[in-house]
Design a protein around this ligand. Structure first.
Ligand SMILES: Cc1ncc(COP(=O)(O)O)c(C=O)c1O
Length: 485
């Protein structure tokens, strides 16, 4: 079972998934809490008055960039803020406003933004080696060695440029290695935006709902099961036996969408057993959890050996080209970059992958994370924040739900990802729920706190009493301005 006292880890207790699902059921089907019209006007007024520079840039950007914004996770209500500076736990926009930064670039900056010791090394490396030459560089090996030191099950590592590519390659390796066909994912999980994996996104059993522009053949061998439904998973395995077999189950080990749908303590162990029984590979997508939850990632936390680990984000220390996959020498032998031609070969490439800048930044960031106990520190900040948010939920008697696994904090004000898509009015419900999340997130931003899409917080080692106080003050202000329809 899970050992919550593991050194270097940030998880003080495992979320009570039963209680969370129950509360989320009430939230998603319950009364519509929203901001009082006068409060909403005031919060939106903040952006008009204080963020004129961002607004002007966005107006211009809309002419050249679709929607005027490139990042899905950038908070866009009422318009995207333009960043001027990021440092530690804070972001500054082009109008000079300061925000507590819980977007943290989408997760990679566990040490805090623009962490000087890593930046200095990165500058040193590109000054000497240039960001990329195309030849082998020693830092490629140092990064792979450093990962192996903390995750011995990652005997070999192949660096790539993004989490999306890495998930793609993991599927290809699984098929080459097993000779089987089907890929099973947990409904609602995110594994990047490749043709095969834009399937069952965000909400379980939405299948190809978001697969616009992707021919059905591309995801014909992708299947989803309901998170925690081990019996349902077994049935899929059994059915697949007569139809090409199951090559792999791919999981976000803390649950879909970084744990937005938490899994039981036993879930990953049971999936491991099923994979062994049916000769499939178990892929842990650790793009978010890798090093963030502790030095061994989720696999180390659960003491489960996945056959493949997918990396992103932290593996390049907050610098570009963050990705890679790793596993045993045996499994990874099918990715031998043109060296071994005797086996089925999972083709992969990438002109700028494994460049000295990304590899050095990843190497030094991981070293710093471990030496400074960053996961545990950020995890404690996540615990304190969650406790504070929950106290405010009680104070205002709201049906909202907040929980965390260390530095990954969830706060749900509408339950958007829990909408039952079989409902006739699902689209209207989704629309309303999204609006509520956006309003809540914008109100927090107007109070100086930037979150990930209005429902998630990534804490970092840079969080302290001051960021905690500022954040809880912001939540207090916004929650105090809610009303019922
Ligand atoms: C679990 C998971 N897998 C894969 C990805 C895709 O990574 P990238 O954005 O680097 O393509 C993400 C991105 O957030 C993720 O959270």
């Amino acid at each position: 079972m899970i050992d919550l006292t593991k050194k270097g880890y940030s998880i003080s207790c495992w979320p009570d998934e039963k209680a969370i699902y129950e509360k989320m059921g009430l939230l998603v089907n319950g009364a519509d809490y929203h901001l009082k019209p006068e409060a909403l006007r005031e919060y939106m007024g903040y952006f008009e008055i204080k963020c004129a520079g961002s607004k002007k840039l966005n107006e211009e950007a809309k002419q050249y960039i679709p929607g005027g914004v490139q990042h899905n996770l950038a908070f866009n209500t009422p318009f995207p803020l333009a960043a001027a500076k990021a440092e530690g736990a804070y972001l500054y926009d082009v109008d000079g406003n300061r925000y507590v930064d819980y977007l943290q670039a989408g997760g990679p900056t566990l040490l805090g933004s623009n962490y000087a010791p890593v930046r200095e090394k990165a500058i040193e490396v590109i000054s000497e080696s240039s960001p990329c030459t195309g030849l082998f560089h020693e830092y490629e090996m140092k990064l792979a060695q450093e990962i192996n030191k903390h995750m011995p099950w990652v005997e070999q590592f192949r660096a790539l440029a993004s989490g999306t590519e890495s998930d793609m390659l993991a599927l290809r390796v699984a098929r080459c290695y097993t000779g089987k066909k089907k890929i099973i994912k947990a409904g609602g999980a995110y594994h990047g935006w490749s043709d095969q994996l834009v399937y069952g996104l965000h909400i379980p059993f939405t299948g190809n709902f978001e697969s616009h522009g992707i021919p059905g053949e591309c995801y014909a061998n992708t299947q989803e099961f309901f998170p925690n439904d081990i019996e349902g998973l077994r049935k899929l395995f059994e059915k697949n036996e007569a139809d090409g077999g199951t090559a792999a189950v791919i999981l976000e080990p803390f649950g879909p969408e970084s744990g937005t749908r938490p899994v039981t303590q036993t879930f990953n162990y049971e999936v491991r057993k099923l994979c062994d029984e049916f000769g499939a590979l178990l892929i842990f997508d650790e793009v978010v959890t890798g090093f963030r939850v502790g030095p061994g990632g989720a696999a180390g936390f659960f003491d489960i050996k996945p056959d493949l680990v997918v990396f992103g984000k932290i593996v390049a220390g907050g610098y570009p080209a963050a990705g890679g996959i790793g596993g045993s020498k045996d499994v990874m032998s099918v990715v031998a970059a043109g060296v071994d031609t005797s086996k089925p070969r999972a083709y992969c490439g990438g002109t700028l992958s494994a460049n000295p800048l990304s590899c050095a930044a990843g190497y030094y960031a991981i070293k710093e994370i471990v030496e400074r106990d960053a996961a545990a520190k950020a995890g404690k900040a996540g615990d304190r924040l969650t406790e504070g948010i929950n106290k405010l939920i009680d104070k205002y008697d709201l049906p909202f739900v907040a929980w965390n696994t260390g530095s990954i904090v969830h706060f749900e004000v509408s339950g958007m990802m829990y909408v039952d898509v079989r409902r006739e009015d699902a689209m209207q419900q989704l629309h309303l729920k999204r609006k509520r999340v956006e309003e809540f997130g914008a109100a927090l931003t107007a109070n100086g706190v930037i979150t990930l899409a209005g429902s998630r917080i990534y804490t970092s080692m840079a969080d302290d009493d001051e960021t905690l106080q500022l954040t809880l003050r912001a939540f207090d202000d916004v929650m105090g301005n809610l009303t019922l329809s």
